[in-house]
Design a protein around this ligand. Structure first.
Ligand code: G4P
Length: 283
């Protein structure tokens, strides 16, 4: 099943970003640290021109620390780019991000010359949480249902930083089906848009390849060899996802695996590693 997304509003969004970015000193893109490439939107990269760019690796509390470190180094190979791993839910995250913003554009943040920061991110990466943490109070709606509301709002942090938020403006880049499956694995895509079993099998093969020991421990498996579909059935059977007659309910087994993974029950897991390095490895 092909995972598709938001046809039609991409051109408009692109034009709007292009226009807004002209009066911006710094772009902050919120990414999901578990899948920084797949949760990025390549349009930003194109439109930033030479503007300073911070890539926030959010939800670092869920991601594999070694892989996050590798992503930071990878992103920072590009001139004018800094990567900042953090957990937006953590109170100290706001201060770390503001400090980096000031460091990257020292000539702003002065009376009458606020630092104009554009904050962007595809749905579910934690952008609203980040804005709330930055602003120190509930200013942006937080929730888990991807929504499209294309408007532009400014938030004055009253400390020399002016945030430009564009809710619902960025979409996930789903032409690449591998990226789409990773996004689905992370929970960033509405459940109606993909086949649970297919995504669970995709996630399971990544786990077998990258974190076999954690799989064995979590589901009390002796080995993780063989077909992924058989392994998913084995997990379902061990966890009681059964229907009448003792057959495994694959849909429930898929859901269980994905919920465990998203909820951190398999430890801190990254779903992709930067191109130059080998896949994330088990620690
Ligand atoms: P968005 O604006 O980019 O769409 O994302 P939003 O802030 O609504 O966050 C999406 C989900 O990600 C929320 O969970 C939020 O709590 C969670 N989240 C954000 N930052 C972090 C982080 O650093 N670490 C972890 N572990 N989770 C984070 P939810 O369950 O959908 O909503 P809620 O019940 O927490 O409000």
């Amino acid at each position: 099943m092909q995972i598709g997304w938001y046809p039609g509003h991409m051109k408009k969004a692109r034009e709007l970003i292009e226009d807004l970015v002209k009066n911006i000193d710094l772009i902050v893109e919120i990414l999901d640290a578990r899948l920084p490439q797949s949760s990025a939107n390549p349009v930003l990269q194109e439109l930033r021109s030479r503007r300073p760019f911070i890539r926030v690796l959010n939800k670092e509390d869920l991601a594999d620390p070694a892989t996050t470190k590798a992503w930071k180094s990878y992103f920072e190979l590009e001139e004018g780019v800094k990567a900042l791993p953090l957990s937006a839910k953590n109170h100290s995250a706001g201060a770390s991000l503001q400090k980096l913003c000031r460091r990257m554009v020292p000539k702003r943040c002065k009376p009458g010359r606020p630092l104009r920061v554009m904050i962007v991110g595809i749905p579910n990466v934690g952008k609203s949480t980040m804005i709330n943490t930055l602003a120190g109070k509930k200013m942006a709606r937080v929730g888990d249902k991807p929504a499209i509301t294309t408007c532009h709002q400014q938030i004055d942090l009253r400390n020399g930083i002016l945030l430009s938020d564009t809710p619902g403006l960025l979409w996930p880049h789903l032409e690449d089906q591998q990226a789409a499956r990773r996004l689905a694995t992370s929970g960033a895509i509405s459940e109606n848009a993909y086949d649970q079993e297919e995504v669970a099998l995709f996630a399971l093969s990544w786990l077998v390849e990258t974190y076999p020991q954690r799989l064995k421990e979590r589901y009390k498996l002796e080995d993780v060899n063989g077909e992924t579909a058989d392994l998913l059935a084995k997990i379902g059977s061990k966890r009681g996802c059964l229907i009448a007659g003792g057959e495994v309910n694959i849909r429930r087994a898929s859901d269980l695996l994905l919920q465990d993974l998203r909820g951190g029950k398999l430890g801190r897991v990254s779903f992709e590693a930067p191109p130059e390095t080998s896949a994330a490895s088990e620690t």
